[in-house]
Design a protein around this ligand. Structure first.
Ligand code: TXA
Ligand code: MG
Length: 354
């Protein structure tokens, strides 16, 4: 299949852009797949109502079909079409955080086939704020199932080039809308349990959700905080070792001085063994390291920058064929919880305390 790549400027949806968005909408309505930008990461879209489209999504990604897809809508009222028994707090959260990087788990309606929800009776719903995404979903009839637009196991794409790397020849269209704003996938909150529970941390933090729902009214899936708890994550996708880079990644935790020394000592040892070493550094430390490839993920004072660059850096390390990687550790509060969640997955939970 020939994959067509079209470029659209989110801030200038001119005649040409509208024409392309209408074509994307038609492809989706006819059962085809389109990769598109959202504010979090790029998504791989298909018509959420069409079970054949969902099957195609799993095939294109090489994703296990028990891992449910998120249904993307473009207006809040459509929440009631994809979900049933919607609790009042869902509307409260939607009013506050939609359009934006929050996904809610609710009981599914008959509109959404089991192929889209990985066989579950619940459905994940999100209304993205990216204007290209919103316009495309509308043109497609309103319901677009979309996982992140990467091959299963690779970091989620933050630019269209990575969608092309993973999906060229497998889908009908890729919309290049430039670099995404956030860089980590949406926060997932399950509203079907007795107490709302965060299943995946993201840009919308625990603290922000608690502010809307009240203190003590939000739980966090234990497996997010303690991966070695022996429990199974509640979001099926969280059990997979996502974002697995080609090289072995170790996270080093401790005082910055100790971390820098540990990484430099070990980088030297690895190099003596003929290995190529990559280091995830910060603006504050990047000049202190002696690795083959040192990458600055951002300033320690700017966790939004760290979130935005993390997946890109993991992909770049793959391209540079490093054998071994070391990363500094980050605070687990606020967005830091999402950053550390993704970093720990990439490292297969390997942390050295120094
Ligand atoms: O930011 C995002 O959420 C991006 C963009 C494209 O919107 N999408 C995304 O989708 O990250 P994906 O498929 O890569 O991750 C969806 C996660 C998986 O871990 C999946 O298991 C979980 O959501 N999920 C989906 N439906 C669920 C359900 N009914 N119950 C529990 N977890 C669910
Ligand atoms: Mg994903």
């Amino acid at each position: 299949m020939k994959t067509e790549v079209v470029t659209i400027d989110e801030n200038n949806l001119d005649e040409e852009a509208i024409k392309n968005l209408k074509r994307a909408g038609r492809i989706l309505e006819e059962g085809g797949l389109v990769a598109f930008p959202t504010e979090t990461v790029y998504g791989l879209g298909g018509d959420a109502r069409n079970k054949e489209s969902s099957k195609k999504i799993y095939a294109a990604k090489g994703r296990p079909s028990d891992n449910p897809l998120i249904v993307h809508i473009y207006r809040t009222e459509d929440l009631y079409k994809v979900a049933s028994n919607v609790p009042d707090i869902a509307l409260k959260l939607a009013d506050k955080f939609w359009p934006g990087p929050m996904t809610m788990i609710l009981n599914k309606s008959d509109l959404i086939p089991l192929e889209t929800t990985g066989g579950l009776d619940t459905v994940a719903v999100r209304m993205p704020s990216n204007k290209i995404a919103a316009a495309m979903i509308k043109e497609a009839g309103g319901f677009v199932a979309a996982p992140s637009a990467n091959t299963s196991g690779r970091p989620s794409p933050t630019v269209a080039q990575y969608c092309i790397e993973d999906l060229d020849g497998k889908i009908e269209m890729i919309i290049d809308g430039g670099a995404v704003g956030i860089g980590l996938e949406s926060t997932i909150i399950d509203l079907t349990s007795s107490k709302p529970m965060i299943l995946r941390p993201g840009y919308i933090t625990f603290e922000m959700l608690e502010e809307v729902l009240g203190k003590g009214n939000v739980d966090i899936d234990k497996t997010i905080i303690d991966a070695n708890s022996g429990l199974h994550p509640k979001a099926p996708g969280m059990k997979y070792r996502h974002y697995a880079p080609k090289g072995d990644l170790t996270i080093v935790e401790g005082s910055l001085e100790n971390v820098v020394k540990y990484i430099n000592d070990n980088a030297k040892k690895c190099k003596q063994q003929g290995k190529r070493v990559g280091i995830i550094a910060t603006s504050e430390t990047k000049d202190l390291y002696k690795g083959d490839v040192v990458k600055n993920v951002g300033s320690r004072n700017d966790e939004e920058a760290v979130a935005k660059h993390l997946f890109q850096i993991l992909r770049e390390f793959d391209d540079e064929n490093v054998d071994v990687m070391f990363s500094e550790s980050f605070d687990r509060s606020g967005i830091g919880q999402a950053i550390m969640n993704r970093l720990l997955k990439a490292a297969g939970q390997h942390v050295e305390k120094v």
